[in-house]
Ligand binder design. Structure first.
Ligand code: ADP
Ligand code: ZN
Length: 433
């Protein structure tokens, strides 16, 4: 087995705990230099600058996205602005922006985590790596860029969109690996087909990295079939740098979360108490290697679990399961809690279902309805009304069995659901409240 940093990646758990403790104390001292944590430490005695054990973090208050927004733009900054060399701000999918600042050390540390992540998934310095996501404030662009360069592969900073050009770049330079958001790869495949090309035979691709948005195992399987190569899951969020937080290794059995750089907790979002390993809850993270903008017990709102047991790759950093959604993605209809990924899982197990779907919740005649629009593959979307009617009934039944609410299913033509610019938006809640 090859590693980017063997000593750290395979460090025995108790060694890792010592390293975490030392870094945590350094981080807490840095944190109180910010006006937010400085003020908090004065008000709230549970916030200390020295702990004897990492587990003592559980007495500390949480930091939330709302805290970041309320103290925008400088409240969490721990260093004079002169020391800062870059900022990233989140895409604001769910509200006002938040900002994270980095000094030279932070950028180098992030680039190294990213290189380690890519190496862990199997990228090598002999690869030609095309990064098909937006550059700029979105962390997926520069985050990957610095990691690919640190690793020493040939980087193609392609940016998002313009599928024809993406395909040309792939073919001109013999791209062997790409990074893209999963919802884009279906569209890209359509363009391959329109050009009479098949990525399985007409490119040199040997692997894909997919991430930045929730997707199901079913969607991963479809992507792997379409491109004929393995697709590795990449997880991160701007508040924790961006990509390079957790990544799949070659075994694709969960994502190693880098515990030399983060303290990881999974809590019950209702009681805020820790849940046992193996159970789902909200991911809470503390930075351990960031100087400009440390965050303590940050509530990511992402729902996942720790996968119990050891990974055959020998890395000792624990694995999280794929994110099933954000706690704020969940919607409640007719008393049932539903995550969009549950519906995606059902839909993508139906072979006739195409690339896209959209969920709208609306009040019709005083009653809440869940309308699921589903694209049907071209070869099935023909004049055979009897067939489409049976398909519609089948999908309705499958969704109802999964989420216990009967949906209104509408089968639509392939390509007819409008695409979001960046990350896919799956749910539109039009209810009158
Ligand atoms: P925004 O919060 O505006 O979308 P970010 O770019 O910081 O901005 O997005 C981070 C979020 O994207 C994560 O908190 C998570 O919800 C989602 N995400 C990132 N990577 C993955 C992944 N591999 N699987 C599922 N969700 C992901
Ligand atoms: Zn592994």
């Amino acid at each position: 087995m090859e590693y980017w940093e063997k000593e750290i990646e395979t460090m025995p758990r108790n060694g890792l705990r010592f390293l975490q403790l030392a870094r945590l104390n350094t981080t807490l001292e840095a944190a109180v230099r910010s006006s937010y944590y400085g003020g908090l430490a004065k008000r709230d005695r549970s916030f200390r600058t020295r702990v004897g054990e990492v587990a003592e973090l559980q007495d500390f208050p949480f930091t939330t996205k709302q805290d970041l927004r309320d103290h925008f733009p400088y409240g969490f900054l721990s260093l004079p602005t002169k020391e800062i060399i870059r900022l990233h701000s989140s895409s604001g999918t769910t509200g006002n922006p938040t900002v994270i600042y980095h000094n030279r050390h932070d950028i180098a540390s992030w680039a190294n985590l990213m290189a380690r992540s890519l190496f862990c998934a199997g990228v090598r310095d002999t690869d030609v790596f095309q990064n098909i996501v937006g550059y700029g404030l979105f962390t997926g662009g520069l985050g990957f860029q610095y990691g690919i360069e640190r690793l020493g592969a040939l980087s193609i900073p392609a940016g998002a969109g313009n599928s024809l050009r993406q395909i040309k770049l792939m073919r001109d330079y013999g791209t062997t690996a790409i990074h893209a958001i999963p919802s884009y790869l279906g569209r890209l495949l359509e363009v391959f087909r329109e050009e009479g090309l098949d990525p399985r035979t007409d490119t040199s691709l040997r692997m894909l990295v997919i991430g930045a948005e929730p997707h199901t195992e079913e969607q991963r399987q479809r992507i792997q079939e379409m491109y004929g190569v393995k697709a590795f899951n990449s997880f991160g969020l701007s508040e924790m740098n961006g990509p390079g937080v957790a990544f799949e290794c070659e075994f694709q059995q969960g994502l190693h979360i880098w515990e030399d750089a983060y303290v990881v907790e999974i809590i019950d979002p209702a009681t805020l108490e820790p849940v046992p390993d193996g159970e789902y809850g909200e991911l809470v993270m503390t930075t351990l290697d960031r100087e400009a903008n440390p965050l303590i017990r940050y509530r990511t709102r992402d729902i996942t679990r720790i996968i119990p047991g050891e990974c055959p790759c020998g890395r000792t950093h624990r694995r999280i399961d794929r994110i099933t959604g954000r706690s704020d993605d969940m919607f409640i209809i007719k008393g049932c809690n539903i995550f969009p990924m549950q519906i995606e899982g059902v839909l993508l197990r139906v072979p006739e279902v195409g690339d896209d779907y959209r969920i709208t919740i609306d009040t019709v005649a005083g009653q809440d309805d869940m309308i699921v629009e589903v694209e049907v593959k071209k070869e099935w979307f023909r004049g055979d009304l009897q067939f489409l009617d049976a398909l519609q009934k089948r999908i309705t039944r499958l969704i109802r069995d999964e989420v216990l609410v009967s949906p209104v299913v509408r089968l639509v033509e392939p390509g007819s659901i409008p695409k979001a610019e960046g990350k896919a938006v799956r749910v539109f809640d039009k209810r009158i409240r």
